[in-house]
Ligand binder design. Structure first.
Ligand SMILES: *[C@@H]1O[C@H](CO)[C@@H](O)[C@H](O)[C@H]1NC(C)=O
Ligand SMILES: *[C@@H]1O[C@H](CO)[C@@H](O)[C@H](O)[C@H]1NC(C)=O
Length: 344
């Protein structure tokens, strides 16, 4: 009986491997492709100013340019855009390549976003890959975060991904090809202390990506959701200044990544058409744990998820336990110091 079950399992796994190529999308070649990259203004800060760090969006533009793509860079701040353009252009591999810059706020007015995409397509041809990087983070306790912040974050992080995607989808469907990348976050896989305003916007992005993938798959369009960990970017430095102690201690349990590395992984996963894109061992664990009913782009990945999920849930208990104890410790300390202040 056991032998039979074993034989059945082996046959099943073999079968899955055999059909695997049918499921995996064909890779997109970036040479000559038109990539539209939407970034947040602070992502464009020159590397010199911030001590080596630059945003994920800018690094993605550089990575795509290195692979021969034509780039349209979209952000709000025109001056920063032009400075970033100079820096990005240095990475071109041939002199035909173009870095087109257009300034617009991607989360404000859909008509404007549509216009920008039209301009870009007229100059550089139809969009092959769209990268939605516009986003920012705010941390703070639920009751401390400015109430307007909840809406603002949703606007930039969520609508800022909806509008550009909506503007390119028609042409992509017509051409029956394309890639759309959404940049979520590890905070879009797990809700952590201090991220009541930020996390939901990143969860929303994932919901959008899953639903959209089901709609566009027959048109040979593939969606990628990236879940980067804390990454050393100007935006991260900015957010770090106001982080509650708890959030800081929880963040410190994992390493800070370099934007160049994150960009490389995202571009690789997007060109291959992988739905999930994660970084590092924490990222691997989180992606496995939260894969849920997400689209399948690789049978090997599914097998890994099936095998590892239970074990990862056990490991997660230890993480959750240590996070809870950080939060409790901070609360006790805070109450103690308040008490001392009062009695002074
Ligand atoms: C974040 O800020 C804290 C102090 O507020 C500092 O100790 C820590 O090194 C900073 N982290 C990073 C990655 O810059
Ligand atoms: C998620 O994507 C990464 C690559 O970005 C890959 O190494 C990993 O296996 C994937 N994880 C899951 C659970 O699918």
């Amino acid at each position: 009986m056991l032998l039979l079950a074993l034989a059945f399992t082996v046959a099943f796994v073999l079968l899955l491997y055999m059909v695997s190529p049918l499921i995996s999308p064909k890779a997109l070649k970036l040479a000559g492709a038109h990539v539209v990259d939407l970034v947040h203004a602070c992502c464009l800060t020159p590397a010199l100013v911030t001590g080596g760090s630059s945003g994920i969006g800018k690094c993605i533009a550089i990575e795509c340019l290195k692979q021969g793509a034509f780039i349209t860079l979209v952000a709000r701040d025109e001056n920063k855009l032009l400075r970033a353009k100079k820096e990005i252009e240095k990475n071109a591999i041939n002199d035909k390549q173009v870095v087109l810059c257009i300034s617009v706020d991607v989360s404000k007015d859909y008509g404007q976003v549509e216009n920008v995409i039209k301009q870009a397509q007229e100059k550089l041809g139809p969009v092959d890959m769209l990268v939605n990087c516009a986003g920012f983070a705010v941390s703070g306790k639920f009751e401390d975060v400015d109430i307007d912040c909840f809406g603002k974050l949703m606007e930039v992080n969520y609508l800022g991904s909806v509008y550009p995607s909506r503007a390119v989808i028609h042409t992509m469907k017509e051409r029956r090809m394309g890639r759309i990348v959404f940049v979520s976050s590890q905070a879009g896989q797990v809700g952590l202390f201090g991220y009541t305003a930020y996390s939901p916007t990143k969860f929303a992005v994932r919901g959008l990506a899953e639903a959209l993938q089901m709609e566009v798959k027959p048109y040979n369009i593939y969606v990628t959701v990236a879940y980067p960990p804390d990454t050393d970017t100007p935006g991260f430095q900015e957010e770090n200044k106001s982080k509650p102690l708890e959030t800081q201690l929880i963040s410190e349990t994992s390493n800070v990544c370099q934007a160049e590395h994150v960009a490389r992984v995202i571009v690789k996963d997007a060109t291959q058409g992988n739905f999930n894109s994660s970084i590092g061992s924490d990222g691997y664990m989180l992606s496995s744990l939260t894969c849920g009913m997400s689209p399948v782009t690789s049978i090997t990945e599914v097998l890994q998820q099936v095998i590892t999920m239970g074990l990862f849930r056990i490991i997660a208990l230890f993480y959750l336990g240590s996070f809870d104890s950080i939060v409790r410790r901070c609360m006790i300390q805070r109450e103690k110091s308040e008490h001392e202040n009062k009695s002074k």
